[in-house]
Design a protein around this ligand. Structure first.
Ligand code: MTE
Ligand code: MO
Length: 376
């Protein structure tokens, strides 16, 4: 199945891990389109890729619902029961830009063994399926205490000599505001195996980890899931936590993706012959409100220029905006380009990597900085 998997992705994917398959697309191509081509969408896997036949598939909905049910794909696709929902959503891995934290200080957290992602562990797709809210209603609604939704993926993974299942949870609040989709289509094509076929969860605004692939079971529970992916991975530690004092209980769970952005062209350390200006392109994303302002600097962050609104792509509620900017340049030598974004909740990005460095090397949300050599 390894070869089969490679066929689903663009041949020039950058593999941050060969097995399990973890890859991101080339930087320049990622920001050429608002909606990422399926072949270019990053892949983050903890383990292998389950092979599940559509006909053999069913989804169990159990726990704190009044009428637990087992649904087939055909049931889910029956539009007389469930209205179909299509939403454009960006998925971003909490490991995006981890490489910058590794360069700052490698840390000792579990994620050190994990993928050294660059700026490409983000992608945007039109996901089609049903709203989980409707599915729960179809199951007779919630019982008292149903505060969280637990997702079970059919894959397994190894960590420190043990085998685990991929299980995560999100609060019911996300479901109630219609921000959890059970999807079987990605950009009008059937969901590729490597992205979770036959069915996956898509959780708007949360780190990619909560959007469980190969979903086969949903359990409504009172408290967040006790599964190791929920309890021990995807924790955020304040910068003063390190090897000497880290325990799982002093990290807190990362759910909403903070505002962040990246310069995708030029590349770090590029040499550019300028003609009075250098064109920058990139993306901006926030899990708690869309990007409103993108600012770039050519001097490491002293003077900022605002990217004009018409150079930002269309506003989708749950997706990134790609942007471009022609930076006036009148110098030869090294230039320190950086970008920062403000979202609609008025959040912006920490200035330096070290301002938000954390032991497990998640959510590198600081201003993205590159150095470019300009030649006249
Ligand atoms: N779901 C399962 N079952 N197994 C996984 O390894 N990885 C998660 C999430 N869902 C994962 C999963 C992580 S960490 C991310 S960032 C997203 O899937 C990535 O989705 P993609 O591979 O479709 O881009
Ligand atoms: Mo992730």
């Amino acid at each position: 199945s390894w070869k089969y998997v490679l066929k689903e992705k663009a041949p020039d994917m950058i593999h941050v891990l060969q097995f399990p398959y973890n890859g991101e697309p080339p930087r320049d191509r990622l920001v050429q389109t608002e909606i990422t081509r399926n072949a270019d969408h990053f892949v983050r896997n903890h383990g292998g890729i389950p092979e599940i036949e559509d006909d053999a598939f069913h989804l169990d909905i159990e726990g704190l619902v009044n009428d637990p049910k087992r649904l087939t794909l055909k049931d889910l696709k029956d539009e007389s029961i469930f209205p179909r929902q299509s939403t454009v959503v960006s998925l971003q891995c909490s490991g995006t830009r981890r490489i910058e934290q590794i360069h700052e200080y490698p840390g000792d957290g579990d994620e050190l063994i994990n993928a050294p992602w660059g700026e490409g562990a983000i992608g945007t797709a039109k996901w089609t399926g049903v709203s989980l809210k409707k599915v729960i209603k179809h199951c007779g609604g919630l019982k008292a205490g149903g505060q969280h939704v637990e997702f079970y993926g059919a894959d397994t993974y190894f960590k420190k000599g043990q085998v685990y299942n991929y299980v995560v949870s999100v609060p019911m609040r996300k479901v109630k505001i219609n921000e959890v989709i059970l999807a079987w289509e990605m950009n009008d094509e059937s969901l590729p195996k490597i992205h979770g076929a036959p069915l996956r969860a898509v959780v708007c605004g949360y780190i990619g980890a909560r959007s469980c692939k190969w979903l086969y079971r949903i359990r409504i529970i009172e408290d967040p899931s006790l599964a190791p992916v929920q309890m021990k991975e995807y924790l955020y530690y304040t910068p003063q936590i390190g090897k000497h004092n880290a325990t799982y209980s002093n990290g807190f769970s990362i759910q909403t993706m903070p505002v962040s952005s990246a310069i995708m062209t030029p590349l770090n350390h590029d040499q550019i012959i300028h003609d009075g200006k250098i064109k920058l392109t990139g993306w901006a994303y926030s899990g708690s409100g869309w990007p409103e302002r993108v600012e770039v600097s050519g001097d490491g962050g002293s003077i900022w220029y605002e990217v004009p609104f018409y150079k930002l792509s269309k506003k989708y509620f749950h997706a990134w905006r790609i942007w471009e900017y022609e930076m006036p340049v009148d110098a030869e030598g090294w230039l320190d380009f950086c970008v920062r974004t403000w979202d609609s909740s008025l959040n912006t990005q920490p200035t330096y990597v070290r301002s938000a460095w954390n032991w497990d090397l998640h959510v590198t949300s600081s201003c993205h900085r590159i150095k470019v050599y300009s030649i006249n």
